[in-house]
Design a protein around this ligand. Structure first.
Ligand SMILES: [Zn+2]
Length: 243
């Protein structure tokens, strides 16, 4: 367990390429994303390390419906009884994870059959979950998070902004692999243009209100994240303008 800033924990026991975060707040703990299939026991053990029980899990928030983020969602819901929430538009992928497709880029189309085959393997297959509550852009959660709709990587992708604490949990709207902040990988982002516009929105509307950024993939950015996000967005749109 790694505490990134007070109250925000990374479940690094998963030793995975994808992050699961715990948010410790007055009424218990909230789990953000659920990791790959088979992660539930380790996530619950991490909850235990905070001195809490599975019944203290108040909510499980799915940033989006990719198997590496919802793989253990159903198992966690079963073990905790906590409500599962996502964006209105993402409900479809939580209920039908097999509908996720790579982008219609030449490489994506080439890999489509392979992608379909891989999703048949148990370690890449998420069990369907019906969310208990669905949200839209701007909704506020009791944990202090505001839902920010950041579509592109998936249609109903959300990021979570905690304005008082200046934290952005970006999901896969951003990644920080190798310490380099970037937009999501084109091959897994069917609407890359929209993903870029989501970053523009995050940077323009909230950039000055963000210090800490954590992503689904890559290292956490404990401080200075808003400025780095604004820098990234400038680079993306300068490149688009000169194309
Ligand atoms: Zn991911």
């Amino acid at each position: 367990m790694q505490e990134i800033v007070p109250g925000l924990w990374d479940v690094d026991e998963l030793n995975s390429y994808v992050h699961v975060y715990l948010w410790r707040w007055a009424e218990g703990v909230t789990i953000i994303d659920a990791g790959v299939p088979g992660s539930a026991d380790k996530i619950l053990a991490a909850v235990g390390k905070l001195g809490l029980q599975p019944s203290d899990v108040r909510r499980i928030i799915a940033t989006h419906g990719d198997v590496d983020h919802i793989g253990s969602l159903r198992a966690l819901k079963r073990a905790t009884g906590a409500e599962v929430v996502c964006h209105t538009v993402e409900k479809e992928l939580l209920e039908h994870p097999e509908r996720r497709k790579p982008a219609r880029t030449p490489l994506g189309l080439l890999l489509r059959p392979l992608f379909a085959l891989i999703t048949l393997l148990p370690q890449y297959r998420a069990e369907a979950v019906t969310p208990d509550r669905i949200h839209v852009d701007g909704d506020k959660l009791p944990e202090g998070f505001t839902i920010v709709h950041t579509p592109g990587h998936t249609p109903g992708h959300i990021s979570l902004l905690h304005p008082e604490r200046r934290i952005l949990i970006a999901g896969d709207a951003l990644h920080n692999r190798g310490g380099k902040l970037g937009a999501p990988a084109p091959i897994f982002t069917p609407d890359l243009e929209n993903a870029h516009r989501s970053l523009w929105k995050l940077a323009k509307k909230y950039g000055d209100a963000i210090d800490t950024i954590v992503c689904g993939h890559g290292d956490p950015i404990p401080s200075g994240g808003g400025a780095r996000l604004q820098g990234l967005v400038e680079t993306i749109f300068e490149a688009e303008a000169t194309r």
